[in-house]
Design a protein around this ligand. Structure first.
Ligand code: SF4
Ligand code: SF4
Ligand code: SF4
Length: 270
């Protein structure tokens, strides 16, 4: 089995195991990735909701504060952001919509927007969302992020509306959540991994671990590089791979490793 087929298999298995709650298999634990706990089919719970709840109640217990951070920390230290490339169902959905985004990249307007100098800075927004929405507003006001979260809308609200419409009571934030969800859909069909690049707070929690993780992607023997750009062309996160060093955006998908004609790019353990 080819490497990328193994990754696809991993994503499909994780996607279905995430939804085992539909068969009554609910664990109550946290996912090490992004998926809504409100989904009637969800096996487990979103790490962000647990963290929000903990900060809001200022009750830093094992289950709601320490455990979500420990599980993300452990995976981060060992494999960096590999969870995003191999496990997260929202990453898997974007792997599918990314095919459309890649085709759209050929249009001059999309190309122009993608080439804007501001693009690398937009990636910092996810850290702002993590600190501002998940921690600060939870501390000062109450839950906001999980009320307007488009992933919650996709994997929580929509399944409830389909499976248990009578039980759904829209809250104050519903119209805002609907608008944000529509923008989320436009984003993931126009920018490959657009949600992961710019907005995902779970990605923001995992990204810094790439700097210290045991497993990471490295470019070896740079002098042999022919600058064919094959690696940059396939990278779903739009990374300048030749010049990268433990890039926080790398999701360890291995596409660049597979495509380099010089076998210059490797999974490195250190
Ligand atoms: S960045 Fe967020 S949505 Fe994207 S793959 Fe990682 S956890 Fe999932
Ligand atoms: S640098 Fe390579 S492994 Fe990392 S996201 Fe890009 S293609 Fe995937
Ligand atoms: S694919 Fe390999 S040879 Fe081509 S630019 Fe990337 S590192 Fe260099």
């Amino acid at each position: 089995m080819k490497f990328q087929e193994k990754r696809l298999l991993s994503q499909i298995i994780l996607f279905f195991s995430t939804n085992l709650g539909a068969l009554g298999f609910k664990t109550g634990f946290c996912y090490p990735f992004f998926y809504c706990q409100a989904c009637p089919a969800a096996t487990s719970a979103c790490p962000l909701r647990a963290l929000e709840q903990s900060v809001y109640k200022q009750s830093f217990t094992w289950r709601f504060f320490v455990y979500p951070l420990l599980i993300l920390g452990f995976l981060g230290v060992t494999t960096g952001r590999a969870v995003c490339g191999w496990a997260c169902p929202i990453g898997f959905i974007q792997r599918c919509t990314g095919r459309v985004a890649r085709k759209l990249k050929r249009f001059p307007l999309v190309k122009k927007i993608g080439g804007l100098k501001i693009e690398p800075y937009l990636r910092y927004m996810k850290y702002g969302i993590l600190i501002g929405f998940v921690f600060l507003t939870s501390f000062l006001i109450g839950f906001i992020f999980t009320d307007i979260c488009p992933v919650g809308f996709l994997t929580g609200t929509i399944p409830i509306l389909i499976l248990n419409p009578g039980k759904y009571v829209p809250n104050y934030f519903f119209p805002v959540a609907l608008v944000i969800f529509s923008l989320f859909l436009i984003l993931i069909f126009t920018v490959e991994r657009g949600w992961c690049r710019y907005f995902c707070p779970v990605g923001a929690l995992l990204a810094p671990f790439n700097k210290i993780s045991f497993l990471h992607i490295a470019v070896e023997q740079k002098e042999e590089c022919t600058h064919c750009n094959a690696c940059i062309d396939v990278c779903p996160m739009g990374i300048d791979i030749y010049n990268m060093h433990r890039d926080p955006e790398c999701i360890l998908c291995g596409k660049c490793v597979n495509v380099c004609p010089k076998n210059n790019i490797i999974f490195k353990r250190s």
